[in-house]
Ligand binder design. Structure first.
Ligand code: 5GP
Length: 120
């Protein structure tokens, strides 16, 4: 049976739950993460509640590309376009906790070398 319960992010998109909204358009919304893991920690979220990246279909390719473009735009607006990281957690085993696809945009404007010692 398909679960039609609105996701946490759908409820944020519908303004049922408050969030710091940084950007929105007809396909997605960008909010500040409530528990930031870096000085800049934004979430790029499609309006369409695709549960996981692995659930995206061929028909979703356009919105997936749009999310990437928006990530670069909001990074530039936040002044971190020289050094930021994009993370997508796919599945509980990878740390996904909200099953509505989202891109994490992570950066530390005060330390442009923070990500140079990558563990990925
Ligand atoms: P995941 O672990 O699924 O990749 O990422 C979910 C993210 O959503 C986490 O970084 C978490 O801090 C964030 N988050 C969870 N609940 C809320 C909320 O109510 N508001 C906002 N702005 N972020 C949230």
């Amino acid at each position: 049976m398909v679960d039609t319960t609105p996701t946490l992010f759908t409820r944020i998109i519908n303004r049922e739950i408050p969030a710091e909204i940084l950007y929105e358009d007809d396909q997605c919304i960008v909010i500040n993460d409530i528990a930031p893991q870096a000085p800049v920690h934004m979430l790029v979220i499609p309006r369409q509640p695709i549960p996981r990246l692995a659930d995206a279909s061929q028909a979703d390719r356009s919105v997936l590309g749009h999310l990437m473009w928006v990530a670069g735009e909001v990074a530039r607006q936040a002044g971190v376009d020289e050094a930021f990281r994009l993370v997508v957690n796919n599945g509980a085993g990878a740390g996904q906790t909200v099953f509505h696809l989202h891109l994490h945009v992570l950066a530390d404007p005060s330390d442009k070398t923070i990500f140079s010692e990558s563990t990925m």
